[in-house]
Design a protein around this ligand. Structure first.
Ligand SMILES: N[C@@H](CCC(=O)N[C@@H](CS)C(=O)NCC(=O)O)C(=O)O
Length: 221
């Protein structure tokens, strides 16, 4: 099997989503560093891979892709026979796949907007020496809380979002959820019984622990 290539730092939420997926799928990969502080993600060569000048970019043989969730879907489809079945079991049928897609959309459309604003405000703004916006933090905590109330009701009936199996829909929440807990906002999960159980289970998977280890390893100079 050829090795796939991911471009971008593991500290990026979108890059870490792809890394977690590759590890779950047991697909070998090469990680190519992109120094965002030097603007390498806006260089002409990088823009050929990711026209919006964002990370991650991804290559598999002659295919190059961008958008972390699309890359994860591709990995799951192409390497369907390897690792964890993140997009439904073989022969699981359209309903099983649609339920996973439904919760993946919920992550992208409902969970991600408030959580990514919070991650920026709470985790990245301080690292970049930028001021925090308390009004944006309060507003988005409220929005995220309402989303997680829906999740809590769903997770009362099933172990994971799309059913009884861990899927790409669950995995996709890990990057933002991780930064929220590290930034001291873990209560937003812990205060909701079913969300708390779910978060504990997905965030302690070996694949995610490995990604966190990569995030905490300084890039080779
Ligand atoms: N929807 C894109 C988001 C990519 C994205 O926003 N990446 C951030 C890092 S997490 C980035 O490259 N930011 C730098 C910039 O936008 O200039 C994906 O999921 O791949």
């Amino acid at each position: 099997m050829a090795t796939v290539t991911v471009y971008g730092p593991p500290l990026s939420t979108a890059v870490s989503r792809v890394l977690a997926c590759l590890i779950e799928k047991d697909v070998d990969f090469k990680l190519v560093s992109v120094d965002m502080s030097k603007g390498q993600h806006k260089s002409p060569d990088f823009l050929k891979l990711q026209p919006f000048g964002q990370v991650p970019a991804f290559q598999d043989e002659h295919t190059s892709l961008f958008e972390s969730r699309a890359i994860c879907r591709y990995i799951c489809d192409k390497y369907a026979d390897r690792g964890q079945s993140l997009l439904g079991r073989k022969g699981g049928g359209p309903v099983e796949r649609a339920r996973i897609e439904q919760w993946l959309e919920a992550e992208g459309q409902s969970f991600n907007p408030p959580s990514s604003t919070l991650v920026f405000q709470l985790a990245f703004a301080p690292r970049m020496g930028l001021p925090q916006d308390p009004a944006a933090i309060e507003l988005n905590e409220g929005k995220l809380g309402k989303v997680l109330d829906v999740y809590d009701r769903r997770l009362e009936e099933s172990r994971f979002l799309a059913g009884d199996e861990f899927s790409l829909a669950d995995l996709s929440h890990l990057p933002n959820g991780h930064y929220l807990t590290v930034a001291g906002k873990g209560e937003i999960f812990a205060s909701r019984k079913n969300v708390a159980r779910w978060w504990e289970e997905i965030s302690t998977r070996p694949s995610w622990k490995k990604v966190v280890e990569m995030q905490n390893t300084p890039p080779a100079s």
